[in-house]
Design a protein around this ligand. Structure first.
Ligand code: HEM
Length: 447
């Protein structure tokens, strides 16, 4: 952690660029993916996002986030969690699509949601080094005349048309269509009443950055509940004490629930969503002193802040691979220990700008699921082995992709009592479902 902060925060002027693949010039010629680029585009996008997140910090999206957590709990009640994995994916996508474009996705079958997910998958695939020969032989791109439709150009152009069409539609609905009355992020980006002018094209990257990371963190939380029911029970005892049996938790309860907070922190630590971190690239030579030695870091070096190693540092975390939220609690006072720091959202000038929204999404979903359900192992038979499902959290149980999600596994979501189930249904029946009310325009006026 010290080393990562030294380079990526203290020396952020030199360590805040990104490596990218040569092929990106074909599928992102205008460099709208501000996660991958540096300079003015990134600066503008981060400034606009900081404005949006200031609203998130003020609570502008809390009603929406509570609403999405309520739907998730209600839908899990209906099938006792049979489709829980898919439901978490749906919730995570709906959270960002609602806030960004005013597009609520209550079923998971919405065509736009499917198109977003497909485009994210293709975008990730295009970024892999093996996606095109151009990554190995970049000179081909200049050598072969532009009018020749090479396979890599055809794929890149088809993707650009498809993704642009999708986001044009989504932004249009947020600015002039169905969601025009809402306080959406797209409206903030597209507004011309700001020095940066209309920056709607920078909206393409939001969903991909937001959706898989949130989903995989929640899926790791479910795995932790299955493997470590004692931790879930301690959180439930706290929820029973503070919230009681007659209503769901809300953000107003957050400060009074230190163990639930610790459980969210431990989920991010135990299985960080981006296990290897997102690489930074240096833009000037530098020298680092570390443990009595001197290291020369040439300009253009790729620096991975390895979240996994940082969060599993055995000198800082005892039994580092054990899920134990109690490590964040001062057992004498029962309160959170001071000085919390995490690498889960990255570092310095490239640190996750969506973190305020992300950690609120995690908190409300985790608090709601713990309040409502006992989440436990399923007795299902694993079709691959013909034996009872085995559970684990080692590498083999994870996807190993950039966003490292657990592989799908069955879990039972048992309502904690008939009363708990009834409260969820009652709150769902009585809840405000109109996004115009959940995302009121007054928030937009503040920006
Ligand atoms: C649990 C959920 C999330 C996790 C764990 C996460 C983690 C990260 C990490 C590790 C980075 C790279 C930081 C670095 O390079 O130092 C990042 C970047 C980014 N995240 Fe997140 N993120 C999450 C959710 C979100 C959400 C909800 C949004 C949007 C609302 C978002 C938007 C972004 C963007 C746009 C970047 C690129 C920033 C840049 O390159 O300048 N993320 N995130």
């Amino acid at each position: 952690m010290t080393l990562a902060k030294e380079l990526l925060e203290k020396r952020s002027a030199k360590f805040s660029s990104r490596p990218t693949v040569p092929y990106s010039l074909c599928f992102d010629p205008e460099q709208i993916y501000w996660v991958s680029v540096s300079g003015q585009t990134n600066f503008i996008a981060r400034k606009l996002t900081a404005g949006i997140m200031a609203g998130v910090r003020l609570g502008e999206t809390e009603l929406l986030q509570q609403f999405e957590a309520l739907i998730c709990a209600n839908r899990l009640l209906e099938d006792r969690g049979r489709n829980w994995f898919r439901e978490i994916n749906r919730t995570s996508a709906s959270l960002v699509l609602s806030a960004a474009f005013g597009l609520h996705c209550p079923t998971g079958d919405e065509p736009e949601l499917k198109e977003v997910v497909d485009c994210v998958a293709e975008m990730v695939s295009l970024h892999t080094p093996s996606a095109s020969i151009i990554n190995a032989l970049p000179f081909l791109e200049t050598l072969i005349p532009r009018w020749i439709p090479t396979p890599w150009r055809t794929r890149a152009a088809a993707f650009r048309r498809r993704e642009d069409a999708l986001y044009d539609r989504l932004v249009e609905r947020a600015v002039n269509g169905e969601a025009a009355g809402m306080n959406t992020w797209a409206a903030a980006f597209a507004s011309e009443d700001k020095p940066e002018g209309d920056q709607r094209k920078l909206m393409n990257i939001f969903t991909s950055a937001a959706y898989e990371t949130t989903a995989s963190s929640l899926q790791s939380f479910v795995l932790a509940c299955v493997l470590h029911p004692v931790c879930a029970q301690r959180a439930q005892a706290e929820l029973d004490n503070v919230v009681g049996p007659d209503r769901l938790p809300t953000f107003k309860d957050r400060a009074a629930l230190p163990y639930v907070e610790a459980l969210v922190r431990e989920t991010l630590r135990w299985r960080p969503a981006i296990r290897l971190g997102v690489p930074h690239r240096s833009t000037a030579d530098d020298v680092l002193q570390y443990e009595g030695k001197e290291y020369f870091i040439p300009s253009g070096s790729i620096v991975f802040p390895l979240n996994w190693a940082i969060e599993h540092d055995s000198t800082k975390y005892e039994a580092e691979d054990t899920f134990n939220p109690g490590r964040f609690i001062d057992e004498d006072s029962g309160q959170l220990k001071p000085g919390y720091e995490t690498s889960a959202f990255g570092f310095g000038r490239r640190a996750c700008p969506g973190a305020p929204f992300a950690e609120r999404s995690l908190w409300i979903n985790i608090a709601t699921l713990l309040w409502t359900f006992d989440i436990r192992r399923s007795d299902e038979v694993d079709p691959r082995t013909g034996k009872k499902w085995e559970y684990g959290a080692a590498d083999g149980w994870y996807s190993g992709a950039i966003t490292n999600a657990p592989l799908e596994f069955p879990a039972v979501f048992e309502p904690r009592s008939a009363r708990h189930a009834e409260v969820v249904r009652e709150e769902w029946d009585g809840s405000e479902k109109d996004l115009n009310v959940l995302l009121p325009q007054e928030g937009r006026a503040r920006r």
